[in-house]
Design a protein around this ligand. Structure first.
Ligand SMILES: CCCCCCCCCC(=O)SCCNC(=O)CCNC(=O)[C@H](O)C(C)(C)COP(=O)(O)OP(=O)(O)OC[C@H]1O[C@@H](n2cnc3c(N)ncnc32)[C@H](O)[C@@H]1OP(=O)(O)O
Length: 194
């Protein structure tokens, strides 16, 4: 790499990520954050159904099996679907910091084609935090957790409050979600990040 500076390069004053004391234990399965999330929700038949687990430090591991509905070229995963799998895994890092964050920027390198039926073994980690900005990377490997890297991403997530979703989401889905006290309780708890 050339050492070029982009929006994905943490500034010198950025700090190291700190695993929240209430983060899920390494290996613990992290359930879907929303049933109708295209990345992780069980209520989306053609969704990715990414299954994420807490990792060591401020990291996440996840698996995604490529299905027929995810093709771009014949028999191969669509690049946008692979970016979604990376994005979803990166989004789960909020559990380790106990903050809610959304993707601001996602830069993806495609290194190997990923066939239908392959399992993408994903790993994401936070590299630095600066204010609301969370710098992170993710890789997706095929053939096993130690297999060759097929996709790689550098990303910048931006911390937001629950109000981000309440103010911007479609009213029908927002009202249905707010009617679920468990969902609201979890989301609000993330806003307090001692
Ligand atoms: C309940 C849990 C939900 C979890 C969902 C996870 C799902 C998986 C992840 C996703 O797919 S999230 C969906 C895709 N992303 C979005 O829809 C985000 C759309 N963008 C926005 O809503 C706003 O642009 C955003 C909240 C990201 C930022 O707007 P703000 O007004 O809050 O922030 P602001 O513009 O003041 O920027 C704050 C800082 O971030 C920087 N920044 C913001 N957007 C950036 C960007 N795109 N690239 C680089 N830097 C960015 C900005 O320069 C600034 O840096 P400084 O503090 O140093 O000045």
């Amino acid at each position: 790499m050339s050492g070029r500076t982009t929006a994905l390069t943490p500034p010198p004053e950025a700090g190291p990520p700190v695993r929240h004391p209430d983060a899920p234990a390494p290996g613990e399965l992290i359930g879907a954050h929303y049933e109708y999330c295209f990345g992780c929700g069980g209520g989306v038949p053609h969704g990715l159904h990414v299954e994420a687990r807490a990792g060591e430090g401020v990291s996440i591991t996840a698996e995604f099996r490529v299905k027929e509905a995810h093709q771009g070229a014949p028999g191969l995963a669509h690049g946008g679907v692979l970016a979604t799998a990376l994005d979803e895994t990166l989004g789960s890092l909020g559990w380790m910091l106990r903050v809610i964050a959304v993707t601001g920027r996602l830069e993806t390198d495609y290194l190997l084609p990923v066939p239908v039926d392959a399992v993408l073994h994903l790993r994401a980690e936070v590299t630095a935090v600066h204010g609301r900005k969370i710098y992170c990377t993710a890789t997706g490997r095929i053939g096993g957790p130690e297999g060759p890297v097929a996709v790689h991403a550098e990303a910048l997530f931006i911390e937001v409050k629950v109000d981000h979703f309440i103010e911007n989401g479609r009213p029908a889905e927002i009202q249905a979600t707010l009617a679920n006290p468990d969902q609201v309780k979890v989301a609000r708890a993330f806003e307090v990040n001692p």
